[in-house]
Design a protein around this ligand. Sequence first.
Ligand code: GAL
Length: 436
Amino acid sequence: MSDRTQKRRSLRASRIPVLRAGLLGLSVALLLALPASGLAKSESAKKDQLEVFSWWTGGGEAHGLQALIKIWNQQHKSVPFKNETVAGGAGSNAKAVLAQRLASHKPPDSFQGHAGAELLDYIKAGQLEPIDSVYKKYGLNKVFPQQLIKQITYKGHLYSVPVNIHRANILWYNPAVLKKAGITGAPKSWSEFISDLKKAKAAKVIPLSLAEQWTEKHLLETTMIATIGPANWAALWKKGGNWSSPGVKTALNRYKELLTYTNSDAASLTWQDASKLVADGKAAFNIMGDWADGYFRVDLKKKPNKGYGWAAVPGTSGVYDWLSDSFTLPKGAPHRAAAVQWLGFLGSKKAQDTFNPLKGSIPARKDANPKLYDTYLKWALTQWKSDKLAGSLTHGVVASNAWNTDIDTALGLFLQNKDVSKFQSALSTAAKKRAG
Ligand code: GAL
């Protein structure tokens, strides 16, 4: 029993006889009873456990986390894992819930935050503890690639432990549907892509399945990278980035055209629904991050290259539109010591090689065992070593939450009015306001 628990128990024990004696009358008894019940409440909040906040609830998301929880609970019997997930892909609901918790000083012990600009938001708001000592204690200083370390460091201090690398620019497809529609393999160029979408339409399947708004931003992001290339993409997120360029205009026009090949009920679907349309042979293509590999393979039990196929989004071969899920130590974490252990565990080879083969991501650590990874992930592991990098917009690398919100608003309007020049100028205005 911890010292703290012992103290609380003796405190309560010392109150019980006072109440039982009834010497002080009902009002006094009530007065004493109130703090006692308050104590019981805070005691449950402080109960030894590990509260971890994420948005990994659904298909393709939960299995990796569940596997980690199992190991954690076996190794920390007195500090059980409390899974505080909030459903909704890309953290579409979770981030708002988290913001409220942090604002009211009720942080979990650790929460999911993307490496890059998203993490910086939390750091700048003073919500995170630096965790250099965790890196030192668990020998993590040299295990992650330098470009990733840069994205989780602020003013010389480390702020999170990255658990994976995901790739956003993947075109998933159903090989049987392609064959039936007369499409010979995944398209490589944009013009091939459009002509394949036409063939799929003629074959009476959904050419490109799409879901709720964050997936529409995901599609926009990959279309932009395919059109302007990774260097111009990176420049857009710096001060003075040229959002009025002809390249951006071409990308937005391509995006507008792509939308004409998508399902009309997109807004009411989750990313899993849109992926399933491909798996079920109702859609030919879907553009999604590689968590879809986890979903196809682990949840839907589809065989790589048979039940589902993949390629880089046309025009992005050799480019890794990357993002990384990382975990943090919030200031005021109710079970700080457990949180430190959790972060150390997440950084371990064992945790990363357990989580990622299920999640559909490659490990953030450089020393993973490639044998543990399935067909798609083996491919991703080699691509990651040689590809040029482009940071994800939708998944927190290049733009703050506030900038993302401005883009969401502009995109929401565009999805209604389909006015490319208004959209481009709204994006430009957002950049002027937020870059820097
Ligand atoms: C991303 C996250 C991934 C995956 C995806 C879909 O933002 O980094 O791990 O969960 O959302 O929800």
